[in-house]
Design a protein around this ligand. Structure first.
Ligand code: ATP
Ligand code: MG
Length: 355
């Protein structure tokens, strides 16, 4: 086969959360992304704790089940360290004349000074951002560090599943990367605009601000749909599984909306209000986001984005990451449309294949 028509190696985006493993594979066909296949597999209780892998073997087994269900033959994965408190990031200036290998050596030697913490237990990575606006003999370099133990636990879990980690990313950057699939929902495609993305998961909520389509701020909170599931369980004497199912499929008593769902939606709005206050207080160059894109499983609660818009006074819309890309019949049968909103992180990771 001619080299230039050889199919690009594929890569699975793997989002490992407290409640599930999500796997997505994307391809690039005639300049358009296509979802090839996906799977969402429940995570065994206590396999993840504090958003980090606590039991690599149990997590590995869940990953293996998820990958098997996708039907993909791909064995290379992109994964992310999650939790905005689990990494450090800093933009540093380095001499423009350094070659990449020299840059790497310099950064390793001086990282503790830049990060102001001992680096022997940190896993370091960097990315050259471009010429430094401060000094024309320098380039801006994004230096990112996460705890070595978190990265090795991810590697171990992938290893148990017989997979090779090709990319270990940071969740905030995976979300930034996935936001390219949401540009059709942003004014001017996000160019020169400030847009917030809020991901309401099962146990955590991540508030991300993009400025000119680049990550400007990210923070997560311990808030998520599991709180609603637990109150359904307690109020109606259901098991956690029954409560989770009833929440999605309906059939709960008439007072569910007023007693449980409406107060939960109020809490979601409060989280966004608080997150926005933290963001505005985090620097004096902060601009209010002009639109909020809502994703994560809880964004499937009917009408939630409209309620958010009217309570908070900013345009809000449910994120639609598959709106401008194609989906194979296989991925459709695997629930692509239903799960799309929970797949932001996994999609951002799968997109790393095309960097
Ligand atoms: N149709 C729906 N209506 C209400 N809630 C839903 C619906 N679909 C999913 N959810 C809830 O969304 C949550 C799962 O969201 P998601 O898959 O984004 O979380 P996660 O990424 O696994 O978790 P986290 O990001 O917190 O680690 C669960 O609490 C689930 O009950
Ligand atoms: Mg999530």
């Amino acid at each position: 086969m001619l080299r230039f028509v050889r199919k690009k190696r594929s890569l699975l985006g793997l989002d490992i959360t407290t409640s599930s493993v999500k796997v997505v594979e994307l391809s690039l066909v005639a300049g358009q992304y296509r979802v090839e296949c996906l799977a969402v597999e429940p995570m065994p209780p206590n396999a993840i704790s504090d958003r980090t892998v606590a039991d690599p073997q149990a997590v590995g087994e869940a990953i293996a089940r998820a990958v098997r269900r996708t039907g993909s033959a791909c064995r290379e994965v992109a994964m992310a360290v999650s939790g905005t408190n689990n990494h450090l990031a800093k933009i540093i200036q380095m001499p423009v004349a350094l070659r990449e290998e020299e840059l790497e050596i310099q950064i390793e030697l001086q990282a503790d000074q830049y990060l102001e913490v001992p680096v022997d237990e940190l896993s370091l990575d960097f990315q050259i951002m471009g010429p430094s606006p401060r000094d024309r003999d320098s380039v801006d370099v994004l230096l990112v560090a996460s705890r070595m133990s978190l990265v090795s636990a991810l590697r171990d879990a992938a290893g148990y599943a017989g997979l090779t980690p090709r990319v270990i990313d940071i969740e905030s950057y995976a979300i930034e990367n996935a936001s390219q699939l949401l540009r059709h929902q942003m004014p001017d495609g996000g160019v020169d605009r400030v847009i917030a993305l809020v991901d309401f998961g099962a146990t955590s909520t991540t508030f991300t601000v993009l400025r000119d389509n680049k990550l400007a701020y990210s923070r997560d909170f311990n808030f998520g749909g599991q709180q609603l599931t637990e109150s359904i369980m307690r109020s109606y004497g259901l098991t956690i599984e029954e409560a989770g199912r009833a929440k999605k499929e309906g059939g709960l008593p008439g007072n569910y909306q007023s007693d449980l769902l409406d107060p939960f939606i109020d809490d979601m709005n409060q989280q966004v209000i608080r997150a926005r206050q933290f963001y505005m207080a985090a620097g004096n160059d902060r601009e209010q986001p002009e639109k909020i894109l809502v994703c994560g499983g809880c964004s499937s609660i009917p009408g939630v984005a409209d309620l958010m818009a009217s309570r908070i006074g900013i345009a809000a819309e449910k994120a639609d990451p598959l709106g401008q890309i194609s989906v194979t019949p296989l991925a459709r049968s695997q629930g692509a449309q239903r799960e799309a909103n929970s797949l932001i992180v996994a999609l951002g990771l799968a997109l790393r294949n095309f960097d």
